[in-house]
Design a protein. Structure first.
Length: 118
């Protein structure tokens, strides 16, 4: 019925816009949540100085779930870029966190060697 009305163009513009909006793909909630968690992981790491990889891992997982759902149903779900941002942000945070922990351990090891054998 709606398709017939759209073809005949007898439907008022407001109703036609509502029908078109209903058919438009919506952004994946998993992708948006992944971006929020990735940003929060940088805030937790940078501002609060809590070196925990959990939010970064959650951001990557959310981004991968979003990519999987978007690939499975591209007509109904959009947000591939958001999912990519979540994945990259999570991996970047993990990389920075790993580097920070590695270099802080190396500095502690160097200080220990100078203190005992210096």
């Amino acid at each position: 019925m709606i398709a017939t009305l759209l073809e005949r163009k007898e439907m008022p513009i407001e109703v036609a816009d509502a029908v078109a909006a209903r058919r438009a793909p919506r952004t994946s909630r998993w992708a948006v949540a992944g971006v929020v968690v990735a940003f929060a992981s940088f805030v937790i790491w940078g501002v609060l100085s809590l070196a925990t990889p959990l939010p970064a891992v959650i951001a990557v997982v959310f981004g991968l779930i979003a990519k999987m759902r978007i690939r499975r149903n591209p007509q109904r779900i959009a947000g591939r870029t958001w999912a990519g941002i979540a994945i990259v942000g999570g991996f970047l945070n993990l990389l920075l966190l790993t580097g920070l922990l590695y270099f802080s351990k190396a500095a502690d090891r160097e200080r220990y060697q100078y203190a005992n054998f210096g």
